[in-house]
Design a protein around this ligand. Structure first.
Ligand SMILES: *Cc1c(COP(=O)(O)O)cnc(C)c1O
Ligand code: SF4
Length: 456
């Protein structure tokens, strides 16, 4: 078989969307020139971390001549060294000797539980209650914004290797958090007049067809929810499947739904995840952005900074400028979260702040809407503003963009400079015995410290 016959693409019928999963992995990575033992190690990683891609990513985005070093290849294909060799070897051996699936799954599961599947205390901490009953599939961390995880939106058109939501994709029922009960979501929002923004997230909500998406969006247009000023949809579909807005059978119906949000007097924002400027090259992306904006919706862009994928200023500068040309507004540069293979993708905070500054300083003011590098940690979104020398001491200058306690937002604070720190938990306060978001030891419950510890 030639490479293109590996998995035939269904002709443009219906969505024409063709997903590739772990069972196609070996043939796909052979195309990147990996040896048999390397392929075995990659397959072993893929028993632990989720793998899914599609024909558009494989045929249009990846530069196979540059694989396995190609950034888009690295964005979706597991790497042999993403997890420690001593953890992966036993699973690779099981695969090699054709061990029973049950045995392989048990080993994979054990490894997963050690990877901090729900960072930033998300599972227990941010689930709200209504009438003393928890409301799973909803998170309410910052007063003005509620997150909704739709049940049918917990997958994506392709999975990013660095995804912090990876635990939701691996079929561990107790790790999933999603809802389809919009009546309860509406009741919750009605009793929380401080909420002005609802962020529909996943997975990728745009994996849902227009009919299902309507089930989640229309209830938010209820006149009783006048205080909800904006609806946001977090999505990577513009990068992984722009056809969703152009040629898919329900593309027009989806855009009509967007128009309906605008007609109800609310702002609709697509929070578009783009990891690399290559994702903006196919002409469908500009067309999709144009069609979305023609509904009156706005597009804001965000991505984490990832080692070996986008860890240089030039990449971000080129990406932000391309966004602007397509009418999209740069929003956040995130620091990779403390979950999954973080050690593999982490960029030191000292380097992250240099990359951000070098990119930021070389784009026009119209792109300087972007904020970062920002860590979404338990106490809130912490932005690293820079490195300074104060009273003879080298420190990180930080501020909170978002905080559980809104009175902490926008107040500068300091941490001891540490060239190897990659996350908030690596930092020590400077000129103070605790960070502003840490409880006063005099009335401490110790809660914050416990939450930041890995789950297992
Ligand atoms: C980032 C984030 C939000 C939205 O914050 P904005 O600064 O308004 O984009 C809301 N909830 C959680 C849990 C978040 O991490
Ligand atoms: S698109 Fe988002 S949710 Fe989906 S795999 Fe990538 S980072 Fe995770």
């Amino acid at each position: 078989m030639t490479e293109h016959e590996v998995v035939p693409v269904i002709p443009a019928q219906g969505r024409g969307f063709r997903a590739y999963s772990a069972k196609h992995l070996d043939q796909l990575i052979a195309r990147a020139g990996l040896s048999e033992s390397e392929r075995l190690a990659v397959r072993a990683v893929a028993t632990v971390l989720p793998f899914r891609t599609n024909d558009y990513v494989v045929d249009r985005l990846i530069d196979w001549a540059a694989a396995p070093d190609d950034p888009i290849y690295r964005l979706v294909f597991p790497q042999a060294d993403m997890l420690p060799a001593e953890d992966i070897k036993p699973i690779a051996d099981m695969l090699a000797r054709g061990a029973p699936d049950r045995e392989i799954q048990a080993a994979a599961r054990g490894l997963r539980m050690r990877l901090n599947p729900h960072p930033a205390g998300q599972l227990a901490l941010n689930i709200p209650e209504i009438a003393d009953e928890p409301l799973p599939g909803v998170q309410h961390k910052y007063p003005e914004t509620v997150l909704v995880f739709p049940k049918q939106g917990q997958t994506c058109h392709a999975y990013c290797t660095y995804c912090f939501r990876w635990a939701q994709f691996v079929g561990e029922p107790d790790l999933k958090m999603a809802t389809d009960d919009m009546a309860r979501v509406v009741a919750y929002l009605q009793s929380h007049q401080e909420v002005t923004s609802v962020l529909i997230t996943g997975g990728d909500p745009m994996i849902m067809g227009a009919g299902v998406l309507r089930h989640y969006i229309e209830p938010l247009l209820d006149p009783r929810l006048e205080h909800i000023e904006s609806i946001r949809i977090g999505t990577k579909s513009l990068a992984y499947w722009p056809q969703r807005f152009v040629t898919d059978p329900d593309a027009d119906e989806t855009l009509e739904l967007f128009e309906k949000v605008l007609a109800a007097g609310k702002t609709l924002a697509l929070m578009a995840h783009f990891s690399h400027p290559r994702e903006l090259d196919p002409p469908q992306v500009a067309t999709a952005a144009e069609r979305i904006r023609a509904t009156g919706a706005i597009i804001r862009t965000q991505a984490p900074l990832i080692r070996t994928i986008n860890d240089d200023a030039q990449t971000w500068q080129v990406m932000w400028r391309a966004h602007l040309r397509m009418g999209m507004v740069p929003y956040y540069m995130f620091v990779e979260r403390d979950t999954g293979p973080q050690g593999y993708f982490a960029v030191p905070l000292a380097r992250a702040v240099e990359i951000f500054r070098d990119a930021y300083s070389s784009v026009s003011g119209l792109c300087r809407t972007v904020r970062g590098p920002s860590m979404s940690a338990t106490p809130g979104k912490v932005c690293i503003d820079g490195v300074a020398e104060i009273a003879g001491q080298r420190v990180f200058v930080l501020h909170m963009i978002q905080a559980r306690d809104p009175s902490l937002v926008g107040r500068p604070f300091f941490a001891e400079f540490d060239p190897s720190a990659v996350w908030l938990t690596d930092l020590r306060p400077a000129f103070a015995d605790r960070f502003p978001f840490e409880p006063d030891p005099a009335d401490a419950t110790g809660l914050w410290q416990e939450e930041l510890l890995p789950a297992g």
